[in-house]
Design a protein. Structure first.
Lengths: 196, 196
């Protein structure tokens, strides 16, 4: 075996984990969210910039506003999921850098004084952290999957502000009946990885 | 415990895993790369678009060209790492969609006929896959960490083409002596997660 991670964990995080389309009624608790964050916060980002922000949509009123902003095909599962999370990035993440990178606080002004540079860094590092977050949700025994089919400007206006850009929306919960489509094919190794 | 994933796996993937600054001489094998890919290829992306591509820099000549394109502070570790991977995205990923999404091949033309839309989708979903890839490297018992301090135009010109945009470069290998800096602080839960 070339992997050190035990096969049950491989299954839990990747091989048997799937993007659910139906859910049970079992709630996702604050304790689960805390445990997920306390695990995935350690995933690396460039300059430890940590731009990902998460908005948990818990109130029925907020859920209704969000469902109305989803693409039609995503509305039923976003209405049904025990928890919905809006993942966004903070384009003003550099304000936290002196705290996040205490051995090199100059990074804030040396590299991130310009907003377009921050926006580009935030989307790459925020999406990287979204990858860790999805793995973390699965580590809690829950199904998660990214959706990008929604009104980005509407979600920003309704739930965020001008400094926060939506990245994706994730439905979270225990899979229900007939939760999966058939697994879609993946690219072969030699279509993805080349050697020079 | 709110997590299902066993504590040893939590440590391996997040809590004890770190971005290494020094490495042993132990090579990273093709079998390890294959095992990592065969695990992380199952991570979800929007429309299963799977835009991430990986260029393994194995020849001494290619390594030298790459080191010259790294920011000065990244050059010694990129020169020393047993394996260096250039992660990029394929902005023409939509050509593979009929194969990747056999139940909805129209997505190629309905959503991805315009290059700017593809570029935005590719960077978000490619960085998401980079998160899975880094977790997969750690699942193989190896250290990995993203670097964005390099000449992006130079790396694209030397190693890629006009359809592939560099995302980050990852040094991979077994950690060597004094491999870690002190762990940098992370944001508190309430700085990252809000509830509506």
């Amino acid at each position: 075996m070339s992997l050190v991670l035990d096969p049950a964990a491989q299954d839990l995080l990747f091989r048997e984990a799937r993007t659910a389309n139906t859910f049970t009624d079992e709630p996702v608790t604050e304790e689960q969210v805390q445990a997920i964050y306390d695990l995935v916060k350690f995933g690396p980002t460039a300059f430890n910039q940590s731009p990902l922000r998460v908005t948990l949509v818990r109130s029925p009123e907020a859920r209704e506003r969000l469902v109305n902003l989803m693409a039609e095909g995503n509305q039923p599962k976003t209405a049904a999921a025990p928890l919905v999370a809006i993942l966004s990035v903070d384009n003003e993440f550099h304000e936290e850098l002196p705290k996040l990178l205490p051995h090199f606080p100059q990074a804030k002004d040396m590299f991130f004084s310009e907003r377009p540079v921050r926006e580009q860094a935030a989307v790459v590092n925020g999406a990287l952290q979204a990858g860790y977050f999805i793995v973390g949700v699965r580590a809690a025994g829950l199904a998660a999957g990214p959706m990008t089919g929604f009104d980005f400007a509407g979600v920003q206006k309704e739930f965020l502000d001008g400094d926060h850009t939506p990245l994706m929306i994730v439905n979270i919960g225990k899979p229900g009946d007939d939760a999966w489509f058939a697994r879609s094919p993946r690219l072969e190794l030699d279509e993805v990885i080349t050697t020079v």
